[in-house]
Design a protein around this ligand. Structure first.
Ligand SMILES: [Cu+2]
Length: 281
């Protein structure tokens, strides 16, 4: 029976390791919609991936090491007290040196990770460390609500330049739902808010995830490498219609972005067919 338990406890870590190795080929990995190799579609996203892989390597080594040690202790312990032996059960008082080592080494590794990731974290989250281009101000307000993304752009001036985004709605504002357009290949900032419960603004291909918290206006910046469509999700279970918050983020060149805003403006100012223009209804 002792052998059974030894094999039992050694078996599951092996299964877990095999599943982890299979994960990328099963599609349980980063999205491959933008880059076929699953790499992030933004410069900051790639730095975040580097941190992810560093931590993955450290935890993999730790996991394999501790499981091998566990299996060794199980099997060698089982051998020492074979049934039928007249020896008393083997008992160890432990090792002071070993305990010091396995306290200091993990503490050192954690301290290293904490210091090593600080620059990326600051660039991602601390407004004063955002790229200089985002100082021009947010290009849109993204308001999450049950169950959609409401987008408010500040509209264009007469030179087709984006007006400053005001905290409160303005007559010149332009609106869209579940369709966020941004210029590609340069850093852009949005102001994230929520109208009701907590949501989470998630651009998986860019590795951007930020909670929308009631009462807060949270600046979020990102840079989409390519002019294409990206997935925008809510990553916080926010109610029965949470699944409906799958939207899209379109990154496009500056001209296409301006054209899009002009189209929004035209649509918004359209009051139906004029009298005499032929339309009956
Ligand atoms: Cu939500």
């Amino acid at each position: 029976m002792k052998r059974f338990w030894c094999v039992f406890f050694a078996f599951w870590p092996i299964v877990a390791t095999i599943f982890c190795l299979m994960a990328p080929s099963m599609g349980w990995w980063f999205p491959t919609t933008i880059n076929a190799d699953g790499s992030a579609a933004s410069p900051l996203g790639r730095k975040i991936d580097d941190l992810f892989y560093l931590i993955l390597i450290i935890t993999t080594i730790t996991f394999v090491g501790t499981q091998v040690a566990l299996a060794y202790v199980l099997f060698s312990g089982a051998r020492r007290t074979d049934p039928g032996s007249t020896e008393r059960a083997w008992f160890s008082h432990g090792s002071h040196n070993l305990e010091v080592i396995w306290s200091i080494v993990p503490a050192g590794i954690l301290l290293f990770i904490a210091l090593y990731q600080m620059d990326v974290w600051a660039e991602y989250r601390i407004k004063s460390q955002f790229p200089a281009e985002t100082r021009k101000g947010p290009i849109a307000e993204v308001m999450a609500r049950q169950f959609e993304w409401r987008i408010r752009y500040p509209g264009l001036d007469e030179n087709d330049k984006l007006l400053p985004l005001m905290p409160d709605p303005q007559p010149t504002d332009l609106y869209a739902v579940n369709d966020l357009h941004v210029p590609s290949a340069r850093p852009v900032m949005i102001n994230l808010r929520t109208q009701d419960v907590q949501h989470s603004f998630f651009l998986p291909e860019l590795r951007v995830k930020q909670d929308a918290v009631p009462g807060l206006v949270i600046p979020v910046w990102f840079e989409a490498d390519k002019s294409t469509n990206y997935v925008l999700l809510c990553a916080e279970l926010c109610g029965w219609g949470h699944y409906k918050m799958k939207a899209r983020m379109v990154a496009e060149n500056d001209d296409a972005f301006v054209k899009y805003l002009k189209k929004l403006k035209a649509d918004q100012e359209y009051h139906g067919p004029r009298e005499g223009s032929g339309g009956e209804n």
